[in-house]
Design a protein around this ligand. Sequence first.
Ligand code: ATP
Length: 245
Amino acid sequence: METDSVIVLRNLTRDYGTARALDNINLEVGRGEIFGYLGANGAGKTTTIRILTGLLRPTFGDAFVCGRNIALEPMEVKARIGYVPESGAIFEKLSPNEYLTIIGQLYKLPASPLRDRIDYWLRFFRVSERADQRMEVFSKGTRQKICWIAALLHEPEILILDEPLNGLDVETIAAVKELMKSFAASGRTIFYSSHLIDVVEKVCTRIAILQNGRLIGGGTIDEVRMIAGGASLEEGLLRMWQEQR
Ligand code: ATP
């Protein structure tokens, strides 16, 4: 398809049985953006992300990543994205070293750069000393760190993040915010779904707001702040939600 946008949603609609979870979503995300995807509980954020990562098919409409229709070319899309889910499903009986090696092999990474990358990211997330322990004994936050590493190992062009800071400590959150900024500054793209308004306000270039499966607004952080006279992103969002009621 002809567009410079890295992520394109066209009339994206998803039903669960008779319930419509996503209703005709249209949006585009450009290269180098950190795009915030916001909405109340049950608004449809995870459903969108599951479609973007090829885990779910749309009922109608299309989702494109790097010009490729995810429903038609899932493997090409999966090679380009790194996905950090809300709560990490990891193979608990394995150690990080075992698990991350398998992930790297799935992406066909040669052994030597794979080992270096695993070591680098284990150090970045300060979990090197846990590298050979079974993950079943890990805390929620430590599991989430391993999910981050699994998403970054193949150096994806796009990061798709669903509440990726869940359970992380303050120091790690600060490091991840910097990581997100440098990832985007290098021309790569982030689709970031979260309830953490203060983090969204600090890192995102643009946001979209979802309510009951529909997009109700969006724009740059400053544009949404201005809805409430420039006070804060939170005030702007609250005003937008109230006006929809
Ligand atoms: P939250 O912020 O609470 O995580 P969300 O914005 O991610 O919410 P979704 O998980 O996408 O919202 O859910 C959107 C709607 O679809 C909700 O009404 C939810 O109950 C419904 N839904 C989600 N998954 C299913 C499913 N597997 N079967 C039936 N309904 C579902």
